[in-house]
Design a protein around this ligand. Structure first.
Ligand code: SF4
Ligand code: SF4
Length: 472
């Protein structure tokens, strides 16, 4: 979360692997306002949510804060209207367009009796629930299920994946501390606040403020990606995943913006109608943070801020984000970062014999090693072709889950699912670090996620059926 820090090992947890990824295009510290939009384009689909049940009709006037749609089958989480305006349906596929916009005091939705309890229902009604994650599979937690603990990540270690904690906390420390108290009242056990060891004033202030609070505990993390990953932290804290998949309690993961969202909903009783979005990457002229209403058109947001050269826009960070296309025209209900990378159109001539003065790699095999410490200007170029695994072992060395991606890669070629299962591939947290550092440019993360999916589908489902037949 903070500018200055020192590498550290956490005294209370065993964390392994990880890598400090330093790339050019880091968003600056202040949060800028945007110009008033002419239209808003609200995506009905985000990474985890499908707002598939419309509550409004074409041409209908709506008020700021009114629910436009709900995610049916996902606890009816609402998509709230960020401004007053007129609904236009079927203009852009998968989006609700709002025009004739006007600001005004938001309508505060209130549900009646709730099966989830008053506070949880308020988080749902006011749009704060999507800020919560199941720490083990990143899904939206079930509000009916108790939470044994919560992990708060105050730092963002994947480049450009979302707003930085220090930027959000600047001037909002009191609201953050209040949000932590509210979070503690929602879980049965402790709230663990992950803070990189730092000498900065804000870091020390936060640590001091947490001392003596009941069920809220600060934990140290090294500044290496993905040490802010909820799954990595939950396992290191000894908070095992729930057994049996469906029932039981869960562990929540929350980021800084999530704690502030909880405070806004439960303390100020105001709906969450905007997002702080980090805009970074090699194609951004002035990397910034912006406060954006939901649905703000991405093209308008980037206009004048990014290079006119061919570029790729990614919703999220460089390792786990998704390329923005026709399916996402506006800032979504889960957007936190927009990464914009230059997309080279020409092949790099004789790239394989060039010295790589502008490249950083974990292997330190480029001439850039001789330059003073600097950050790399990452593009979307593959820089050379895919090659067979060269057995360097970097993927295994850096994997935070302690598994052997290179071995799983070889077994995946042979469709050897049982062997992959025995290699504990299920421990993969999907951080993508193995793919990032692999000098052979193998997409190890994708291979392992696909193998895990095949294991669940083909191996475990078959085993369950056979057990049922024997029992039956
Ligand atoms: S194997 Fe999984 S957990 Fe390990 S580095 Fe690769 S993506 Fe991350
Ligand atoms: S990083 Fe790539 S090349 Fe190196 S051992 Fe792993 S899979 Fe092989």
């Amino acid at each position: 979360m903070l500018e200055q820090y020192e590498e550290t090992t956490c005294p209370t947890m065993k964390l392994r692997g990880g890598y400090n990824i330093r790339l050019a295009g880091r968003p600056a510290g202040q949060i800028c306002a945007l110009t008033e939009p002419d239209v808003l384009l609200l995506p009905q689909r985000t990474r985890r949510l499908r707002f598939n049940k419309l509550l409004v009709k074409n041409g209908q006037s709506v008020r700021c804060g009114q629910a436009l749609a709900v995610a049916s089958g996902q606890f009816d989480l609402p998509l709230l209207s960020p401004m007053s305006g007129v609904v236009r349906l079927r203009v852009h596929r998968g989006h609700i367009q709002l025009d004739s916009l006007s600001a005004g005091p938001p309508q505060v939705p209130v549900s009646g009796d709730s099966p989830y309890g008053g506070q949880r229902q308020s988080l749902i009604d006011l749009g704060a629930w999507p800020y919560l994650f199941d720490a083990f599979d990143d899904s939206v937690p079930d509000p009916a299920r108790p939470a044994t603990a919560a992990i708060v990540a105050t730092t963002r270690l994947e480049p450009f994946a979302g707003p930085r904690g220090d930027v959000l906390l600047n001037g909002s420390l009191d609201a953050f501390l209040r949000g932590l108290e509210s979070l503690a009242s929602l879980v049965e056990g402790s709230v663990y606040v992950a803070i990189p060891r730092t000498r900065s004033q804000l870091g020390m202030q936060l640590r001091e403020q947490l001392v003596g609070r009941a069920r809220i505990e600060a934990i140290d993390i090294p500044l290496r990606y993905p040490m802010d990953h909820f799954n990595v932290l939950a396992r290191a804290l000894g908070l095992g995943p729930r057994r049996g998949g469906g029932k039981g309690s869960t562990v929540w993961g929350v980021r800084t913006e999530g704690v502030l969202a909880i405070d806004q909903a439960l303390h100020a009783h105001q709906p969450l109608l905007d997002r702080v979005v980090a805009v970074g990457g090699s194609a951004v002229r002035e990397p910034i943070h912006v406060r954006s209403p939901l649905g703000y058109p991405i093209e308008t947001l980037l206009a004048g801020r990014v290079s006119s050269e061919p570029r790729r826009v990614i919703d999220g960070g460089i390792l786990n984000g998704e390329t923005v296309g026709e399916q996402q025209l506006g800032v979504g209900a889960e957007s936190g970062g927009l990464t914009v990378l230059l997309e080279p159109t020409r092949r790099e001539l004789w790239g394989f014999v060039r010295t790589g003065l502008d490249r950083i790699s974990y292997s330190n095999c480029f001439l850039s090693l001789l330059r003073p410490r600097y950050v790399e200007r990452l593009t979307t170029a593959l820089r050379g072709e895919h090659r067979p695994c060269i057995g360097c072992g970097f993927c295994e060395e850096l994997c935070p889950a302690g598994i052997m991606p290179h071995l799983i890669h070889k077994l995946a070629y042979q469709d050897a699912l049982e062997e992959i299962d025995r290699c504990a591939a299920h421990k993969c947290v999907g951080c993508g670090l193995c793919s990032y550092v692999c000098p052979a440019k193998l997409d190890l993360r994708r291979e392992i996620l696909d193998a895990n999916e095949a294991i669940r589908r083909d191996l475990h489902a078959t085993a369950a059926t056979e057990t049922e037949e024997v029992v039956g």
